[in-house]
Design a protein around this ligand. Sequence first.
Ligand code: 17E
Ligand code: FE2
Length: 409
Amino acid sequence: MLIRDVRIEGAEPADIRVEDGVFAEVGSLEPKEGEEIVDGGGRLVLPPFVEPHVHLDTCLTAGDPEWNQSGTLFEGIERWAQRKESLSVEDVKARAGKAIRQQVAFGAQAVRSHVDVTDPNLIALRALVELREELADYVTLQLVAFPQEGIESFPNGRALMEKAADLGVDCIGAIPHFEFTREYSVSSLDFACHLAAERGLLMDVHCDEIDDPESHGLETLAARAYELGLGEKVTASHTTAMGSYNAAYFTRLLRLLKLAKINFVANPLVNIHLQGRIDTYPKRRGVTRVKELVEAGLNVSFGYDDIFDPWNPLGTGNQRDVVYAGLYITQMMGYQQICDSYRFITHNPARALGITDSYGIEVGKPANFIILDAETWYDALNWSAPVIGNYRAGKLIAATAPVEREVFF
Ligand code: 17E
Ligand code: FE2
């Protein structure tokens, strides 16, 4: 197959040849006899989007059985605990399957989903393990053992984490800011880090998702990651307390973060909604220090977090929306920052997920790519250009027609 006249990550127009599901050649190419040709029309081609942080077990449950009226993280956890009682494998698979198909239609091919394992029967995890296998030809799904109600503060919390590891999760999670005490938050992280190290798993921790400047899970996570040599296998998600740390503490912390080389995922769209809820005025923004982390050379991605669930009453899974909102929220609106922002949902999360060996538009790698209906990322982002083709191993797995607007004056 020859994809003609496309701008790869915004470069000058070129052609791409795909053979046997792999990128065979990139350059100015002539069609071979009988070769299938796709006319790119000068459009932008990117490696597929990578969703680094979503909760697929909870998706599409907003208002069921009750709405989150306060808009806080903590009420969301209560509403979810109600819905959790009626989970079945079929229910989780139907909702998650629908959400994944939406994500793929919007350009994703890899998704990391947190899965609540504070359930004695681990129903959601069993469902998502099945779905990961069933959809493997279309999407790379990573699952995180996420202890929504705590490891030390939930009955049999440690045993449930171990059971989740036995069932085949890709990552170990934790939730230090939700544990009953500071001591529990430290010991839960010790436990999680050692479990990940023993089982050879990645880590992704809901870390300091609170406006409390005294929430210091991140320093423990980063120190253990450094000491155990887990570094790039570890992701700290949310870290919104960092938005409330004082400058002296942040400066000290940053030294450790750079040594540890852990990854960060900000969820600006959902955290601007959930955080700052207990403040009057002045009101904090409840977002981690994306600009400063990026400037320090750390790997930062943007996640969608929630698709229509107790923590987000809206949501489609379209990652473009998180970048668009995230640039405003983090005040990263410089020209070059906007041009580079596709990296928050492509190369950066590919690194966090540890999938870079098979990721990117390079000869010899799997022919996974998306075509957007715009010439540049700047325009694609601004106009919410659809992903007109999502190709995996050279096969079209989702398509959206270009939008045509008419004005009659
Ligand atoms: N659970 C949690 O602890 N934090 C979140 N942001 C979501 C679920 C969505
Ligand atoms: Fe989350």
